[in-house]
Design a protein. Structure first.
Length: 73
């Protein structure tokens, strides 16, 4: 997600901040772990990944009290 993904999202922004502070290798591992946790929660709840907070607002899940899986929400 840090290198190959061209679409910007909150997880990528979070990873680039870690890369600036701690180094690229640690950032890659941190993003991989964060994505694993997100995918596990998605699997349990049956929801879809949303790249931005705007996607959460459009779907109505951002403020309705349900857990949002996008890091920006």
């Amino acid at each position: 997600m840090l290198v190959r993904s061209k679409q910007w999202c909150a997880v990528k922004a979070w990873g680039t901040r870690i890369a600036a502070k701690r180094g690229h290798k640690r950032a890659v591992v941190a993003v991989a772990r964060k994505l694993a946790v997100i995918m596990h929660r998605m699997w349990l709840s049956g929801s879809e990944f949303r790249f931005s907070a705007a996607d959460c607002d459009e779907s109505g899940n951002g403020a309705s009290g349900t857990t949002s899986l996008a890091a920006a929400c």
